[in-house]
Design a protein around this ligand. Structure first.
Ligand SMILES: Nc1nc2c(ncn2[C@@H]2O[C@H](COP(=O)(O)OP(=O)(O)OP(=O)(O)O)[C@@H](O)[C@H]2O)c(=O)[nH]1
Ligand SMILES: [Mg+2]
Ligand SMILES: [Zn+2]
Length: 305
């Protein structure tokens, strides 16, 4: 235990917002308290269990130690020089898409790979189904079918009309989930639809880039009615997963894992090797060529690192 001058026993808490050295934690009594961090070695993210003491002069909490994390959602920084941890101790990664802005399916794959490697449950949420009459509807529904055929849980919803929100709440109930996806797909709007007094400001899509004007800038954890929690995160353009070895990439793809051991070579990377059942499956169309492209890109990126 870190030496403290407050001379009080440390209490337990849960980090619900983190902005650098400051943020908000929830005490075990359900009270929300601003905190600050002392000491350079302590870093916290949403979902961290912490021990804290009250700074009697400022009334704020001072975090002293961070509990072990059972998993983390992280990504490579832009120059790939460090790993940015976004949240910890998650049960479910919820990848949100929408007809507007146009879906980047490679990004969807990258999140799903990350969730698979974290051994985390996944949920694909297609928001804005009230806009189902867009020109791209048929192509989008084909892409979504790829995931449904892979047995990824899927819910179509509209934060605007409320359609599907009850079902989504039932899927999320009792677990700690994190909403991820492109900017403007409606992650914060979904929090507003699910959590009665969340009141997050969301903005009109700016026509220039079809991204939210009132964009979310920091992750924040909300309490779901009926139990469980949900983290809202800032939207992204790109997401580089944390993968230790290029040979681990295949574990992120259930359709590739399912064919394990059937190629001629046991250590087949499904690239130039002869008698590769994965490549055969891509050629015959039983594995999506686009998903296989994501696989190859991730293997190449991970080998380069
Ligand atoms: N038509 C329609 N518009 C929606 C729906 N959900 C959200 N929007 C709109 O989409 C825009 C972006 O919503 P946000 O909730 O801010 O999106 P976000 O994913 O949180 O965006 P970032 O915080 O930038 O990552 C807003 O103008 C919302 O009103 C929906 O179900 N239908
Ligand atoms: Mg947002
Ligand atoms: Zn192979």
């Amino acid at each position: 235990m870190t030496h403290s001058t407050q001379q009080q026993p440390a209490e337990q808490g849960l980090v619900v917002a983190a902005y650098g050295r400051r943020g908000v934690l929830e005490t075990d009594d359900g009270e929300e308290l601003k905190y600050q961090i002392k000491g350079r070695r302590v870093r916290v993210v949403c979902g961290d269990r912490v021990e804290w003491v009250r700074d009697t002069r400022k009334g704020a909490a001072v975090i002293q130690t961070v509990g072990d994390r059972h998993n983390t959602l992280g990504r490579q920084s832009h120059d790939e020089s460090y790993i940015e941890v976004l949240a910890a101790n998650l049960d479910c990664v919820i990848v949100v898409t929408a007809a507007v802005p146009e879906t980047n399916w490679y990004l969807v794959d990258r999140y799903l790979v990350t969730a698979e490697l974290m051994h985390c449950r996944t949920l694909l949420v297609d928001n804005k189904i009230d806009l189902a009459h867009t020109t791209s509807a048929e192509a989008r529904s084909k892409e979504l079918d790829v995931y449904r055929e892979l047995d990824y849980a899927y819910v179509g919803v509209s934060a605007k009309s409320g359609q599907g929100i009850d079902r989504l709440l039932a899927e999320l109930s009792g677990s700690v989930g994190i909403l991820v996806g492109q900017s403007g797909v409606g992650k914060s709007s979904l929090i507003n639809a699910l959590v009665p007094d969340a009141d997050i400001v969301v903005g009109a899509l700016s026509t220039a880039n079809a991204e939210g004007k009132h964009t979310t800038t920091a992750s924040m954890m909300h309490k779901l009615p009926g139990g469980g929690r949900l983290i809202d995160t800032p939207g992204v353009r790109d997401f580089v997963p944390v993968i230790d070895e290029a040979s681990d990439v295949r574990f992120g793809f259930p359709e590739i894992s399912a064919l394990a051991g059937q190629c001629r070579f046991n250590d087949c990377r499904h690239r130039q090797e002869p008698d590769c059942v994965v490549k055969d499956a891509v050629e015959s169309g039983s594995i999506s060529a686009r998903r296989f492209e994501t696989y190859k890109r991730l293997v190449e990126e991970t080998e380069r690192r």
